[in-house]
Design a protein around this ligand. Structure first.
Ligand code: ATP
Ligand code: LTN
Length: 331
């Protein structure tokens, strides 16, 4: 039996990128791997590395939990919980800060990108973030971590931290492996296809959220940036915007890009975009309907309570052993 762990930050409305890169992937793994255990958390401690409005943060945390279940997650086979409700994440995060070097953290591109944006006040937690992320994973002895492409570097660092700790204190943590989807791992912004689709982007036209209404979805796809070449083929260098739309289509329909190109070979961008809009409407609207039922129900609260208790149980035991290893506290 393997353990699969992943997290998602409640920093904005979930996007199509989050869905295709992470959520769909998680649900699929769960369908394929009947023997395995699944832990999934809403990373609210990570969200506050950038300033959040308290009531919005709290609402979005629940939104994400409901969206996961609405997307097909099996609630009976998932330990789903809110990160800050399991105290050991912060505790282990601190210990791991002492096992990661400044130079390593300085190399993290997610951090560098945020700094490069030129924001004035950068919280110190944004810098130490990878230590907390490593804690999220190592606390549960995860074997696999399904994530989008942007998290690959953090996962590598998590592995380095685990190996370093294991070397110094004798084998203690399971060294995890990332699972990154073949298609859908990097959905790009619809208006600027050189940049990742991101829920904290300034331009809402660049992303589709999982809450967008039918007309909005179609409109955003229709106005997605393409090129003037007018031929449907997969050429990420010269037709970057179109390549992104082809990836979205392939990922949303579980097909491959070649098949889509073949289907639209003699078509035009307008027809292709109309069809893609419809594909996404057919994908997202049923999820939104299930979400509406869930967000009002008591069952969501019960799932999160149960998840918190189960995760805390494991985390408590792991941390007791960890502190003993490191020499903290009394015997
Ligand atoms: P932000 O935009 O605020 O930085 P984010 O959406 O990148 O947030 P998370 O919410 O933590 O960050 O991401 C959750 C998961 O979604 C991660 O596994 C991440 O790799 C994946 N993901 C995020 N954006 C994309 C994208 N554009 N394409 C594919 N996967 C993505
Ligand atoms: N850092 C991730 C979110 C995240 C995560 C995790 C993902 C926090 N902890 C543990 C997988 C496992 C992000 O920014 N997308």
């Amino acid at each position: 039996m393997k353990k699969i762990v992943s997290g998602i930050k409640p920093t904005g409305s979930l996007t199509l990128g989050n869905y295709l890169g992470a959520i769909k992937q998680f649900v699929k793994l769960q369908e394929e791997r009947k023997e395995d255990e699944f832990y999934l958390f809403i990373a609210d401690l990570h969200a506050i590395t950038t300033r959040q409005t308290p009531h919005e943060l709290r609402n979005r945390t629940l939104d994400i939990a409901a969206m996961y279940i609405a997307s097909g997650l099996d609630k009976d086979r998932t330990t789903m919980f809110i990160q800050s409700e399991v105290l050991q994440h912060a505790e282990l995060g601190y210990i791991l800060q002492s096992n990661v070097y400044m130079g390593e953290l300085e190399r993290m591109t997610q951090y560098k990108d945020k700094v490069a944006k030129g924001e004035e006040s950068i919280a110190s937690s944004l810098f130490t973030y990878p230590a907390l992320m490593a804690a999220d994973i190592l606390l549960y002895d995860a074997d696999y971590v399904p994530v989008g492409d942007d998290q690959k570097q953090h996962l590598e660092l998590t592995r380095d931290i685990a190996n370093r700790f294991n070397h110094y204190y004798n084998d203690f943590f399971t060294v995890p492996e990332p699972i990154i989807p073949e298609v859908g791992a990097r959905i790009m912004d619809l208006q600027d296809p050189y940049k990742k689709m991101s829920k904290s982007s300034d331009n809402p036209k660049g992303y589709i959220t999982m809450f967008d209404e039918e007309n909005m979805i179609k409109k955003k796809i229709r106005s997605a940036k393409t090129d003037s070449l007018g031929v449907i083929k997969y050429d990420p260098i010269n037709q970057t915007g179109l390549a992104n739309l082809l990836n979205i289509y392939a990922s949303a329909t579980d097909t491959n890009v070649e098949e889509i190109v073949l289907k639209y070979k003699v078509s035009n961008y307008k027809t292709f975009k109309e069809d893609l809009g419809q594909v996404l409407v057919d994908l997202l609207i049923p999820i939104q309907e299930r979400y509406q039922d869930l967000i009002k129900s008591d069952s969501l609260q019960e799932i999160l309570n149960q998840g918190r208790d189960r995760a805390s149980d494991y985390a408590f035991k792991k941390m007791r052993k960890c502190k003993r290893k490191v020499g903290l506290g009394r015997k």
